[in-house]
Write a protein that binds this ligand. Structure first.
Ligand SMILES: Cc1ncc(COP(=O)(O)O)c(C=O)c1O
Length: 430
């Protein structure tokens, strides 16, 4: 990492406490404070994963949703024991569904029935399979952009027509837009599904119980099936500091009985490389889920099932420490942007470790993510991948150390200042 100039407040509030904790000989900071400060940049660059391999080493990768941390100790131990036994065959049993049911009951006040649950390889496979159960080729899928890019790609791959019901300017679901989209989606008697992300990627919005009940009522009235991706559920800041209302499971909402939910512990506990996920049917969707071919359940990995099950049973103290660290980071990002890029719009998210940056006021000559990659060596996710309302935005993953986050935003600020000193040739990208 190049030598960087830290404003005084970054030094006092971020770097001095990290230095005071001391850096071990292997480059790891003792995990007394923010767990995202445990791994050094050199260690992270030795990783084989997408986040750390897709760009050259001088680029700071703040894009795909992986966290720069170590796994929960019980998960690591369980995986090591399985490897020591050569326990790397096919998964068996309902342990994951039972662990999920118990955790959802304890933490979200709703206990799904493990018997209404099916194991799949990952969330997007589960989403695609469920869309395949409740719609057919040529039918419509309603999306609420800006939203997770694979929602577009998987729905289109299935041959479904995409209908948009954009979030409002406040980042919240827009009932009028949903109602209009449902009318378009079901025109001519087509079957249709709404695919929701809750918490919402990329804005981190937590849909409230009232909002979800309104969605369920509108969908029922229009004959639209609701499929909800709840992968980010554990990453709500409700229990941290100023909090606010927490995550509401869709199937706990009145009127949502015909809904289907896809869940995986992979995002909350950073286990995306250990594939496993669950599809859960509401009481009115059990017959639909029963149509899922048994072969679909064979895709999950046994080490994934093991890791996710242990995470859900024993990983909550780890999650709580990490939410504290992410809470610091979401506010650090606000402070850094205010100091370095005050024209960027950013609201610390209510959930997820994703910052949704509105860069339209910067008047950049190209898409923000392309600009910051080329001019600052910082990799972000391009806003336009999240649908038309994402134009002029970029998504920043702040599940990293305070030092990396600080340097990234400083580099971005320096790139924009440099641009301001140069004559402009093209108009701004909005
Ligand atoms: C909303 C959302 N759904 C699904 C996924 C991917 O999940 P999986 O790897 O289990 O398909 C992600 C990954 O970031 C995500 O943000």
């Amino acid at each position: 990492m190049s030598e960087v100039r830290h404003p005084g407040w970054v030094h006092d509030r971020v770097l001095a406490p990290v230095a005071a904790r001391g850096v071990a000989g292997d480059g790891r900071v003792g995990c007394v404070g923010n767990p995202f400060d445990q791994l050094s940049l050199d260690q992270l660059r030795r990783r084989q994963s997408l986040k750390w391999r897709a760009y050259p080493p001088e680029v700071l990768p703040l894009w795909v949703a992986e966290m720069d941390t170590l796994p929960a100790e019980p998960v690591r131990r369980a995986l090591e024991e399985a490897l020591a036994l050569g326990d790397t065959g096919y998964p068996w049993g309902t342990g994951y569904a039972e662990a999920y049911a118990e955790a959802a009951g304890t933490h979200w006040g709703w206990r799904p029935d493990p018997a209404a649950t099916v194991l799949v390889s990952d969330v997007m496979t589960g989403v695609a399979e469920v869309l395949g159960l409740v719609t057919g080729p040529g039918d419509a899928v309603v999306l609420t952009p800006p939203v997770y890019p694979p929602f577009f790609a998987f729905s289109a791959h299935l041959g479904r027509e995409l209908v948009h019901a954009p979030l409002g300017p406040d980042g919240r679901l827009d009932p009028a837009a949903l109602e209009a989209a449902f009318a378009t989606a079901t025109a001519g008697g087509r079957r249709a599904a709404l695919l929701l992300s809750n918490p919402h990627n990329p804005t981190g919005t937590l849909h409230t119980r009232d909002e979800l009940a309104a969605v369920a009522a509108l969908a029922e009235a229009a004959g639209v099936r609701v499929v909800v991706d709840e992968i980010h559920a554990p990453l709500s800041y409700a229990g941290v500091g100023t909090g606010g209302p927490g995550f509401t499971p869709y199937l706990s909402v009145a009127g949502a009985e015909r809904g289907l939910v896809v869940y995986s512990a992979s995002k909350g506990w950073n286990l995306a490389g250990l594939k496993a996920a669950l599809v859960v049917a509401g009481d009115g969707a059990r017959e639909d889920l029963a149509q899922m071919p048994a072969e679909v359940t064979h895709g999950a990995s046994s080490l994934g099932v093991l890791a996710h099950t242990v995470a859900l049973r024993e990983g909550w103290p780890w999650l709580s420490e990490h939410l504290d660290g992410l809470d610091q980071n979401r506010h650090l990002l606000a402070d850094l942007l205010a100091a370095e890029l005050p024209a960027v719009g950013y609201r610390p998210p209510a959930a997820t470790y994703l910052g949704w940056l509105d860069c339209r006021e910067l008047g950049l000559p190209q898409e923000p993510a392309a600009f910051f990659l080329e001019s600052a060596g910082v990799a972000l996710s391009p806003g336009s991948d999240f649908g038309p309302p994402g134009s002029g935005h970029a998504r920043l993953n702040f599940a990293t150390s305070s030092a990396v986050l600080t340097e990234a935003v400083q580099r971005m600020g320096a790139a924009v200042s440099e641009l301001d000193r140069r004559p402009r040739s093209a108009g701004p990208v909005t």
